[in-house]
Write a protein that binds this ligand. Sequence first.
Ligand code: NCD
Ligand code: ZN
Length: 346
Amino acid sequence: MSDVLTLPLPDDMHLHLRDGAMLEAVAPISAQRFGRAIIMPNLVPPVVTGAQALAYRDRILAAIGPDTGFTPLMTLYLTETTEPEDVAQAAADGLIHAVKLYPAGATTNSASGVRDFDKVRGVLERMAAIGLPLCVHGEVTDPEVDIFDREAVFIERVLDPIRQATPGLRVVMEHVTTAEGIAYIANSPADLAGTITTHHLILNRNHLLVGGIRPHYYCLPVAKRERHREALVAAATGGDPRYFLGTDSAPHLDAAKETGCGCAGCFTALNTLECLAQVFDAAGALDHLAGFATGHGAAFYGLSAPSGQVVLERRAEAAVWPAKLDTGAGPVTVFDPGFPVFWHRV
Ligand code: NCD
Ligand code: ZN
């Protein structure tokens, strides 16, 4: 196996860039490392209308500066009052590439999400008709349901009924974290895909909780048992086009994570590709990295082949990254995979 790997420029099919000082700090990092990214709309207030998505795209482009070639692929945040016509118009304009469904209260900034799924039926039907994908945060919010079971219960109670009721709806099950999620995708037709994050390929719940609580490993959906992580690695490295990279890089200031009630989210945009190469190398699947990090997602979203390339090199010494990113609002901790990564970006 060669120690040099030339890959198409990766696409990040699930990315949080935030706004203001955080956007200024993190957007250039993704823009240097990825060709395109599906931009999550969970700002405060959320990106609900086409006009808001257009304004946010302009702020992102201003933050990354000219000549990067990076394309932010915008999404709308689905609410119970979203207008099917606004969604269809934004899609026809080429402005948005997906609509994001957050069950209300499921995760960071999801208070405006959906409570009554019947209220979004009209939008979903319109999306099915025009082929616009629905990106789903797949966790129920029922307080009776254990947090480690919320993804599996969501599939049964919400996702499968939505898909049955809306034939033709293209769905991305975002940041899959369980063997049940993988099994559901594996047994579905190709209109259902799944994104998998870098950190969920690396972490199980012991990493989060044994020997002290690690706030920088806390994200939603929360990392599960080792057997689930193994199912994710098998899916990601197996070459199936229904699985592709969505880093869910979700920066929060250290002060908001290292506290009595810390925010969910891992900041992985800075070292994702190197970490992924290490994971795929360990699985003997480096030949499937390009598909996972670029080709599969681009095909699902109907995008062109990426224009650029990135070269990775395996060296004897481990890669080193800054422990923190300084933003104008304070430091953000960079994801630590917890093992040496011998792949370097050249
Ligand atoms: C995300 C965030 O911080 O916006 N957090 C996370 O833990 N992944 C929201 C999300 O994608 O759930
Ligand atoms: Zn996310």
